[in-house]
Design a protein around this ligand. Sequence first.
Ligand code: CUA
Length: 347
Amino acid sequence: MTAPLRRSALVSALAVTTAVVVGGCKPSRPYPLDTLAPTSDLTKAFYDLFVEVTVLDIIVLIVVVAALFLAIAFFSTRTGAARRPSVKHSDMYLEMAWTIIPALILLAITVPTVRTIIKTQPYSWPKDALPVEVIAHQWWWEFHYPTLGVETADEVHIPTGRVIHFELFSKDVIHSFFMPQVGGKRDVIPGQENQITLVANVPGEYYGQCTEFCGDSHANMRFRVFVQSPADFQEWVKHQLEPPVKPTSGPAAAGAKVFANAPCAICHTIRGVSGFSKQYTYGFRGPDLTHFGSRTTLAGAIMDNTPQNVAVWIRNPDEVKPGANMPTLGLSGRELNELVAYLEALK
Ligand code: CUA
Protein backbone atom coordinates (compact mmCIF):
# COMPACT_ATOMS: atom_id res chain seq x y z
CA MET A 1 0.00 0.00 0.00
CA THR A 2 1.36 3.46 -0.89
CA ALA A 3 1.65 6.13 1.79
CA PRO A 4 -1.39 8.25 0.72
CA LEU A 5 -3.47 5.08 0.36
CA ARG A 6 -2.41 3.91 3.78
CA ARG A 7 -3.26 7.33 5.22
CA SER A 8 -6.74 7.38 3.67
CA ALA A 9 -7.40 3.83 4.95
CA LEU A 10 -6.36 4.98 8.42
CA VAL A 11 -8.59 8.07 8.22
CA SER A 12 -11.59 5.92 7.09
CA ALA A 13 -11.02 3.44 9.91
CA LEU A 14 -10.83 6.30 12.42
CA ALA A 15 -14.02 7.87 11.04
CA VAL A 16 -15.91 4.56 11.26
CA THR A 17 -14.65 3.90 14.80
CA THR A 18 -15.62 7.43 15.91
CA ALA A 19 -19.07 7.06 14.35
CA VAL A 20 -19.61 3.72 16.09
CA VAL A 21 -18.39 5.02 19.47
CA VAL A 22 -20.36 8.29 19.30
CA GLY A 23 -23.41 6.45 17.94
CA GLY A 24 -23.16 4.00 20.82
CA CYS A 25 -22.89 6.73 23.45
CA LYS A 26 -25.70 8.92 22.19
CA PRO A 27 -28.72 6.78 21.33
CA SER A 28 -30.84 8.57 18.76
CA ARG A 29 -33.85 6.37 19.60
CA PRO A 30 -35.10 4.83 22.83
CA TYR A 31 -34.04 1.28 23.62
CA PRO A 32 -37.06 -0.30 25.30
CA LEU A 33 -35.17 -3.36 26.57
CA ASP A 34 -32.17 -1.36 27.82
CA THR A 35 -30.81 -3.06 30.94
CA LEU A 36 -28.72 0.01 31.83
CA ALA A 37 -31.63 2.33 32.59
CA PRO A 38 -32.83 1.26 36.08
CA THR A 39 -36.12 2.62 37.41
CA SER A 40 -36.59 0.58 40.60
CA ASP A 41 -34.63 -0.37 43.73
CA LEU A 42 -34.11 -3.85 42.23
CA THR A 43 -32.75 -2.82 38.82
CA LYS A 44 -30.65 -0.09 40.50
CA ALA A 45 -28.93 -2.80 42.57
CA PHE A 46 -28.14 -4.79 39.39
CA TYR A 47 -26.91 -1.66 37.65
CA ASP A 48 -24.65 -0.62 40.55
CA LEU A 49 -23.03 -4.07 40.58
CA PHE A 50 -22.47 -3.89 36.82
CA VAL A 51 -20.77 -0.49 37.14
CA GLU A 52 -18.59 -1.61 40.08
CA VAL A 53 -17.35 -4.74 38.33
CA THR A 54 -16.86 -2.94 35.01
CA VAL A 55 -14.73 -0.22 36.64
CA LEU A 56 -12.61 -2.91 38.28
CA ASP A 57 -12.27 -4.75 34.96
CA ILE A 58 -11.12 -1.57 33.24
CA ILE A 59 -8.44 -0.97 35.89
CA VAL A 60 -7.16 -4.54 35.44
CA LEU A 61 -7.18 -4.11 31.66
CA ILE A 62 -5.21 -0.85 31.85
CA VAL A 63 -2.56 -2.38 34.16
CA VAL A 64 -2.17 -5.53 32.00
CA VAL A 65 -1.98 -3.62 28.70
CA ALA A 66 0.48 -1.09 30.19
CA ALA A 67 2.68 -3.95 31.45
CA LEU A 68 2.55 -5.59 28.03
CA PHE A 69 3.62 -2.42 26.21
CA LEU A 70 6.38 -1.74 28.75
CA ALA A 71 7.69 -5.28 28.20
CA ILE A 72 7.58 -4.84 24.42
CA ALA A 73 9.39 -1.50 24.65
CA PHE A 74 11.95 -2.75 27.12
CA PHE A 75 12.83 -6.16 25.70
CA SER A 76 12.71 -5.50 21.94
CA THR A 77 15.70 -4.31 19.90
CA ARG A 78 15.89 -2.80 16.42
CA THR A 79 18.62 -5.20 15.29
CA GLY A 80 16.49 -8.27 15.85
CA ALA A 81 18.80 -9.73 18.44
CA ALA A 82 16.66 -10.46 21.50
CA ARG A 83 17.76 -8.83 24.72
CA ARG A 84 17.88 -11.71 27.13
CA PRO A 85 16.27 -11.23 30.53
CA SER A 86 18.11 -12.54 33.54
CA VAL A 87 17.29 -16.21 34.18
CA LYS A 88 16.18 -17.24 37.63
CA HIS A 89 14.95 -20.59 38.85
CA SER A 90 12.30 -19.17 41.17
CA ASP A 91 11.30 -15.99 42.93
CA MET A 92 9.17 -16.38 46.03
CA TYR A 93 8.08 -12.72 46.18
CA LEU A 94 7.03 -12.68 42.52
CA GLU A 95 5.07 -15.92 42.91
CA MET A 96 3.35 -14.62 46.04
CA ALA A 97 2.48 -11.42 44.20
CA TRP A 98 0.85 -13.17 41.25
CA THR A 99 -1.13 -15.39 43.58
CA ILE A 100 -2.27 -12.77 46.08
CA ILE A 101 -3.15 -9.98 43.59
CA PRO A 102 -5.62 -12.11 41.53
CA ALA A 103 -7.08 -13.45 44.78
CA LEU A 104 -7.69 -9.85 45.94
CA ILE A 105 -9.25 -8.97 42.58
CA LEU A 106 -11.61 -11.97 42.86
CA LEU A 107 -12.48 -10.95 46.40
CA ALA A 108 -13.23 -7.39 45.23
CA ILE A 109 -15.71 -8.86 42.71
CA THR A 110 -17.15 -11.48 45.07
CA VAL A 111 -18.08 -9.12 47.91
CA PRO A 112 -20.39 -6.78 45.91
CA THR A 113 -21.75 -9.75 43.91
CA VAL A 114 -22.81 -11.71 47.00
CA ARG A 115 -24.13 -8.51 48.59
CA THR A 116 -26.28 -7.88 45.48
CA ILE A 117 -27.51 -11.49 45.36
CA ILE A 118 -28.68 -11.20 48.97
CA LYS A 119 -30.17 -7.74 48.43
CA THR A 120 -32.16 -8.76 45.33
CA GLN A 121 -33.78 -11.87 46.78
CA PRO A 122 -37.53 -11.54 47.29
CA TYR A 123 -37.62 -9.91 50.70
CA SER A 124 -40.27 -10.16 53.35
CA TRP A 125 -42.73 -7.55 52.25
CA PRO A 126 -44.57 -5.08 54.46
CA LYS A 127 -48.33 -5.30 55.09
CA ASP A 128 -49.17 -2.67 52.50
CA ALA A 129 -47.25 -4.44 49.74
CA LEU A 130 -49.22 -5.06 46.56
CA PRO A 131 -49.31 -8.71 45.48
CA VAL A 132 -49.54 -9.30 41.71
CA GLU A 133 -49.93 -12.84 40.41
CA VAL A 134 -48.25 -13.36 37.06
CA ILE A 135 -49.46 -16.43 35.16
CA ALA A 136 -47.49 -17.32 32.05
CA HIS A 137 -49.28 -19.03 29.16
CA GLN A 138 -48.09 -20.02 25.71
CA TRP A 139 -47.92 -17.11 24.60
CA TRP A 140 -49.37 -14.38 26.74
CA TRP A 141 -49.26 -13.08 30.31
CA GLU A 142 -52.16 -13.08 32.76
CA PHE A 143 -52.06 -10.63 35.68
CA HIS A 144 -54.20 -10.93 38.83
CA TYR A 145 -54.39 -8.51 41.72
CA PRO A 146 -55.81 -10.83 44.42
CA THR A 147 -56.32 -8.03 46.96
CA LEU A 148 -58.00 -5.72 44.43
CA GLY A 149 -60.07 -8.18 42.40
CA VAL A 150 -58.58 -6.93 39.13
CA GLU A 151 -57.61 -9.20 36.25
CA THR A 152 -55.83 -8.17 33.07
CA ALA A 153 -53.55 -9.50 30.35
CA ASP A 154 -50.27 -8.53 28.72
CA GLU A 155 -50.28 -5.13 30.45
CA VAL A 156 -49.48 -4.82 34.13
CA HIS A 157 -50.01 -1.59 36.07
CA ILE A 158 -48.12 -0.85 39.29
CA PRO A 159 -47.88 2.23 41.52
CA THR A 160 -44.61 3.97 42.44
CA GLY A 161 -43.24 4.03 45.98
CA ARG A 162 -44.90 0.82 47.14
CA VAL A 163 -43.47 -2.68 47.51
CA ILE A 164 -44.78 -4.80 44.65
CA HIS A 165 -44.71 -8.52 45.23
CA PHE A 166 -44.87 -10.45 41.96
CA GLU A 167 -45.78 -14.13 42.34
CA LEU A 168 -44.84 -16.02 39.20
CA PHE A 169 -46.67 -19.14 37.97
CA SER A 170 -46.72 -21.05 34.70
CA LYS A 171 -49.68 -22.89 33.18
CA ASP A 172 -47.58 -24.94 30.77
CA VAL A 173 -43.83 -24.75 30.13
CA ILE A 174 -40.90 -22.76 31.51
CA HIS A 175 -41.04 -19.06 30.67
CA SER A 176 -39.02 -16.13 31.97
CA PHE A 177 -40.48 -12.85 33.19
CA PHE A 178 -38.13 -10.10 32.03
CA MET A 179 -38.80 -6.38 32.50
CA PRO A 180 -35.29 -4.98 32.21
CA GLN A 181 -35.84 -1.42 33.39
CA VAL A 182 -38.26 -2.18 36.20
CA GLY A 183 -37.70 -5.63 37.58
CA GLY A 184 -34.89 -7.66 36.07
CA LYS A 185 -35.61 -11.24 35.13
CA ARG A 186 -36.83 -14.41 36.82
CA ASP A 187 -37.84 -17.81 35.44
CA VAL A 188 -41.49 -18.87 35.58
CA ILE A 189 -41.62 -22.59 36.22
CA PRO A 190 -44.63 -24.96 36.19
CA GLY A 191 -45.40 -26.39 39.63
CA GLN A 192 -43.29 -23.80 41.41
CA GLU A 193 -43.83 -20.25 42.64
CA ASN A 194 -41.05 -17.76 42.01
CA GLN A 195 -41.14 -14.22 43.31
CA ILE A 196 -39.86 -10.74 42.60
CA THR A 197 -40.18 -7.85 45.04
CA LEU A 198 -39.40 -4.31 44.03
CA VAL A 199 -40.28 -0.66 44.51
CA ALA A 200 -40.66 1.23 41.23
CA ASN A 201 -39.60 4.88 41.22
CA VAL A 202 -40.19 6.38 37.79
CA PRO A 203 -43.66 6.55 36.21
CA GLY A 204 -43.70 5.48 32.58
CA GLU A 205 -44.46 2.74 30.09
CA TYR A 206 -41.88 -0.05 30.01
CA TYR A 207 -41.41 -3.10 27.82
CA GLY A 208 -41.26 -6.71 28.95
CA GLN A 209 -40.50 -9.93 27.12
CA CYS A 210 -40.42 -13.66 27.77
CA THR A 211 -36.75 -14.65 27.79
CA GLU A 212 -36.90 -18.42 28.04
CA PHE A 213 -37.50 -20.31 24.80
CA CYS A 214 -41.03 -21.63 25.19
CA GLY A 215 -42.18 -22.73 21.74
CA ASP A 216 -43.08 -21.38 18.30
CA SER A 217 -44.18 -17.95 19.42
CA HIS A 218 -41.70 -17.36 22.23
CA ALA A 219 -40.63 -14.13 20.52
CA ASN A 220 -44.29 -13.02 20.46
CA MET A 221 -44.72 -13.29 24.22
CA ARG A 222 -44.24 -9.69 25.25
CA PHE A 223 -45.90 -7.39 27.75
CA ARG A 224 -45.96 -3.81 28.99
CA VAL A 225 -45.43 -2.46 32.48
CA PHE A 226 -47.20 0.78 33.31
CA VAL A 227 -45.65 2.42 36.36
CA GLN A 228 -48.07 5.05 37.65
CA SER A 229 -48.34 7.56 40.46
CA PRO A 230 -50.44 6.14 43.34
CA ALA A 231 -53.36 8.41 42.36
CA ASP A 232 -53.27 7.34 38.70
CA PHE A 233 -53.00 3.71 39.76
CA GLN A 234 -56.08 4.05 42.00
CA GLU A 235 -57.95 5.59 39.08
CA TRP A 236 -56.97 2.65 36.85
CA VAL A 237 -58.07 0.11 39.49
CA LYS A 238 -61.40 1.91 39.88
CA HIS A 239 -61.98 1.74 36.14
CA GLN A 240 -60.98 -1.93 35.92
CA LEU A 241 -63.51 -2.82 38.62
CA GLU A 242 -66.38 -1.23 36.68
CA PRO A 243 -68.61 -3.62 34.73
CA PRO A 244 -67.99 -3.79 30.97
CA VAL A 245 -69.64 -1.42 28.55
CA LYS A 246 -72.87 -2.85 27.13
CA PRO A 247 -73.43 -1.27 23.71
CA THR A 248 -77.12 -0.96 22.82
CA SER A 249 -76.97 0.07 19.18
CA GLY A 250 -74.80 0.10 16.08
CA PRO A 251 -72.14 -2.40 15.00
CA ALA A 252 -70.84 -2.77 18.58
CA ALA A 253 -74.23 -4.08 19.79
CA ALA A 254 -74.34 -6.50 16.87
CA GLY A 255 -70.76 -7.49 17.73
CA ALA A 256 -71.86 -8.46 21.25
CA LYS A 257 -74.11 -11.07 19.63
CA VAL A 258 -71.30 -12.27 17.40
CA PHE A 259 -69.12 -12.65 20.51
CA ALA A 260 -71.77 -14.71 22.29
CA ASN A 261 -72.41 -16.98 19.28
CA ALA A 262 -68.84 -17.50 18.14
CA PRO A 263 -66.70 -19.73 20.42
CA CYS A 264 -65.00 -16.62 21.92
CA ALA A 265 -66.93 -16.96 25.18
CA ILE A 266 -65.57 -20.45 25.84
CA CYS A 267 -62.06 -19.15 26.46
CA HIS A 268 -62.52 -15.42 27.11
CA THR A 269 -64.19 -13.92 30.14
CA ILE A 270 -66.06 -10.64 29.90
CA ARG A 271 -67.32 -10.10 33.42
CA GLY A 272 -71.10 -10.25 33.57
CA VAL A 273 -71.27 -11.37 29.94
CA SER A 274 -69.33 -14.58 29.59
CA GLY A 275 -68.02 -16.65 32.40
CA PHE A 276 -68.04 -19.80 30.32
CA SER A 277 -64.36 -20.24 30.89
CA LYS A 278 -65.15 -21.43 34.41
CA GLN A 279 -67.45 -24.27 33.18
CA TYR A 280 -66.08 -25.28 29.82
CA THR A 281 -62.42 -25.48 29.30
CA TYR A 282 -60.21 -26.75 26.54
CA GLY A 283 -57.43 -27.02 29.09
CA PHE A 284 -56.45 -23.46 28.36
CA ARG A 285 -58.04 -20.09 28.35
CA GLY A 286 -57.56 -16.73 26.76
CA PRO A 287 -57.17 -13.25 28.23
CA ASP A 288 -59.98 -11.60 30.21
CA LEU A 289 -61.49 -9.08 27.79
CA THR A 290 -63.68 -7.10 30.24
CA HIS A 291 -61.75 -3.87 29.53
CA PHE A 292 -59.98 -4.92 26.36
CA GLY A 293 -60.63 -1.56 24.68
CA SER A 294 -58.66 0.24 27.41
CA ARG A 295 -55.47 -1.68 26.66
CA THR A 296 -52.87 -0.25 24.34
CA THR A 297 -51.71 -3.56 22.83
CA LEU A 298 -53.01 -7.02 21.97
CA ALA A 299 -51.91 -10.59 21.28
CA GLY A 300 -48.99 -10.71 23.71
CA ALA A 301 -48.30 -6.96 23.26
CA ILE A 302 -46.97 -7.57 19.75
CA MET A 303 -49.35 -5.09 18.11
CA ASP A 304 -50.93 -1.76 18.98
CA ASN A 305 -54.58 -2.04 19.89
CA THR A 306 -56.21 -0.57 16.77
CA PRO A 307 -59.38 -1.83 15.01
CA GLN A 308 -57.27 -2.79 11.96
CA ASN A 309 -54.87 -4.88 14.08
CA VAL A 310 -57.68 -6.55 16.05
CA ALA A 311 -59.28 -7.54 12.72
CA VAL A 312 -55.97 -8.89 11.39
CA TRP A 313 -55.51 -10.90 14.59
CA ILE A 314 -59.02 -12.41 14.67
CA ARG A 315 -59.06 -13.17 10.92
CA ASN A 316 -56.04 -15.46 11.17
CA PRO A 317 -54.37 -15.70 14.61
CA ASP A 318 -51.95 -18.38 13.50
CA GLU A 319 -50.47 -16.07 10.88
CA VAL A 320 -49.82 -13.35 13.46
CA LYS A 321 -48.69 -15.66 16.27
CA PRO A 322 -47.71 -19.10 14.96
CA GLY A 323 -48.98 -21.93 17.15
CA ALA A 324 -51.44 -19.74 19.07
CA ASN A 325 -54.41 -21.53 20.67
CA MET A 326 -56.78 -18.88 19.34
CA PRO A 327 -58.72 -20.55 16.49
CA THR A 328 -59.71 -19.08 13.14
CA LEU A 329 -63.43 -18.34 13.46
CA GLY A 330 -64.39 -18.07 9.80
CA LEU A 331 -66.51 -14.94 10.34
CA SER A 332 -67.95 -12.98 7.45
CA GLY A 333 -66.48 -9.53 6.79
CA ARG A 334 -69.49 -7.87 8.43
CA GLU A 335 -69.41 -10.11 11.50
CA LEU A 336 -65.68 -9.46 11.88
CA ASN A 337 -66.18 -5.68 11.74
CA GLU A 338 -69.01 -5.89 14.29
CA LEU A 339 -66.96 -8.07 16.64
CA VAL A 340 -64.03 -5.65 16.39
CA ALA A 341 -66.37 -2.72 17.12
CA TYR A 342 -67.67 -4.54 20.22
CA LEU A 343 -64.21 -5.41 21.55
CA GLU A 344 -62.94 -1.87 21.02
CA ALA A 345 -66.03 -0.54 22.84
CA LEU A 346 -65.00 -2.50 25.96
CA LYS A 347 -63.15 0.51 27.36
CU1 CUA B 1 -42.69 -17.76 27.16
CU2 CUA B 1 -40.69 -17.66 25.87
